[in-house]
Design a binder for this molecule. Sequence first.
Ligand code: GUN
Length: 298
Amino acid sequence: MTEIIDGKSIAEDVVAKVKEQAAALAGAGVRPGLAVVIVGEDPASQVYVASKSRRAKECGFHSVQHSLPADTGEGELVALIKELNADPAIHGILVQLPLPNHIDAGRIIQTIAPQKDVDGFHFINVGKLGTGEVETAFVPCTPAGAMLMLERVRGKDLSGLNAVVIGRSNIVGKPMANLLLAANATVTIAHSRTKDLPAVARGADILVAAVGRPQMVKGDWVKPGATVIDVGINRIAAPEKGEGKTRLVGDVAYEEAKAVAGAITPVPGGVGPMTIAMLMANTLVSAFRAAGREPPVF
Ligand code: GUN
């Protein structure tokens, strides 16, 4: 039987631990603080940001949201981040991406103090992850969550296993490859220019799809018994549900892949819920570090 890796339930476990540890830290007079910044009115981003702020409150955090108009200048955004960097009540700063085109997202990310960069996008955190300093880095939330799900099936040590990551983004593909490597897997990063992608995918004991293309990974790309981690969240038309209706699908053709895989993450209810849970975990860890205490390990 194929194991369905339940992201909702693993995310609830993470959040339960965050709440418990946040309460312990509150006893010592420190309340974790998360600032979420959004520029513009992109509807998907608005939904994500609202759930991040809501989850933070639920965890007992000090939660602030800055919603700025689409025509906000880069200088204004930099000034806000500098304020948040200097605010001792804030332990985590998240600037929702994408930003409007007139703002240099790279410059904004590098303005965030590395010790408050709970997204793990600052060069310092990227460098720490790349050099194996995983203990003191902030690891990007989506790959960190995907690793926790993988751990439930394969354990922490992936020695001898072939992992293939399809996608080379800075947010998911590259950090995911680094985490798999740190766990001793033999890692291949495949992408749109890879020759014979299906054959490369078929070599994977662990197959991670992070390309943003609905149902691209077919059942015959999957090695029998492989663990399939689907990072994609794509909204597609669902005429079978009625006119104008849509549904969410991953980057993997789920039913086909499930028939071959040993374990697979569903969409929705897979990696998605893990991303926000890991953001809470990173913010909590940041507050522990700021208080000079040993942070919990997730
Ligand atoms: N947009 C899509 N995913 C993310 C993420 O993980 N962090 C931020 N800041 N923006 C995103």
